[in-house]
Design a protein around this ligand. Structure first.
Ligand code: GLN
Length: 272
């Protein structure tokens, strides 16, 4: 039997809306794209496609992130491969990219790289630069390696399993990180999608500041003179994280806002 794609989309939207998805229309068309592939959107659907769509809708009804279902997420200039082993790249993190690109760098270290979206986007923008991405999770590094191929910078990036700086060697003129910064007691009030993501990428299991304490303490030893440290933060953490930067001797500490006007990045410079 053949099915009208418009009626199918409407039906999907209704189910997703009922399940509480904040973006039912966008979800429905993303799932439709998975099943239709390159066929024009008006192409009638067959029974197999409808069955497949029902399965995908069911996963989204369970509030699995759309990126886990489609296997990809657009970030900066690329479509990154995404699995349940990595944090889903978020538009907020593009503020970190923009801030990093306001200054020069030829070597960049990305701590807790996850999908690799930060270091890979930076290397894409700076064809002379080399990068190192670290993660505690080997599974995440596997996803990051795949993404290096997608971005086309495999030759300029290395990967290292490391607990923050524990297994890092080298000196960098830029260090970036989007560490887990959600406090444990905030986790239960967050969107259901977050329960599908790696918890170690979201929370430190404490007050949300543990990673910044380690990063601010150790970064100066791995930064070149005038090297920059940039971290993504939660919107309420600017004062606490700037304070940590200051106590560890970083200079020219600045807070940068995201497109919604929320504090999103703290930066500092190692004195020459
Ligand atoms: N920005 C993410 C969120 O609030 C958190 C990511 C992180 O902890 N680094 O959903």
């Amino acid at each position: 039997m053949s099915h009208d794609p418009d009626a199918t989309l409407r039906d999907m939207r209704r189910k997703l809306e009922l399940a509480g998805s904040p973006s039912p229309a966008r979800d429905a068309s993303a799932l439709m794209d998975v099943v239709q592939g390159d066929a024009p959107p008006w192409t009638p659907l067959d029974d197999t496609q409808i069955a497949r769509l029902n399965q995908l809708v069911q996963r989204r009804v369970q509030r699995e992130p759309i990126s886990h279902i489609t296997g990809k997420r657009a970030f900066w200039m690329h479509e990154f491969a995404v699995t349940a082993d990595v944090l889903d790249p978020r538009p907020d993190t593009e503020t970190l990219i923009e801030t990093a690109l306001t200054g020069p760098f030829t070597s960049v270290l990305d701590l807790g790289t996850g999908s690799g979206c930060i270091v890979l986007s930076l290397l894409h923008e700076r064809p002379q630069a080399r990068g190192l991405g670290t993660d505690l999770s080997d599974a995440a590094l596997t996803v990051a390696r795949k993404n290096a191929g997608i971005v086309g910078v495999t030759e300029r990036v290395s990967w290292q399993r490391s607990d923050w700086f524990s297994d890092v060697t080298g000196i960098f003129d830029l260090i970036v990180s989007n560490p887990p910064y959600i406090a444990l007691d905030e986790m239960s009030s967050l969107a259901p999608e977050l329960s599908h993501e790696p918890q170690m990428a979201l929370t430190d299991g404490a007050d949300g500041l543990s990673a910044y304490r380690t990063i601010a303490r150790d970064a100066p030893r791995f930064l070149a003179p005038n090297g920059r440290l940039l971290v993504e933060i939660g919107p309420s953490q600017a004062a606490a994280v700037s304070g940590l930067f200051e106590r560890n001797g970083l200079q020219e500490i600045a807070i940068h806002r995201d497109l919604d006007g929320r504090d999103r990045v703290v930066s500092g410079i190692k004195s020459p």
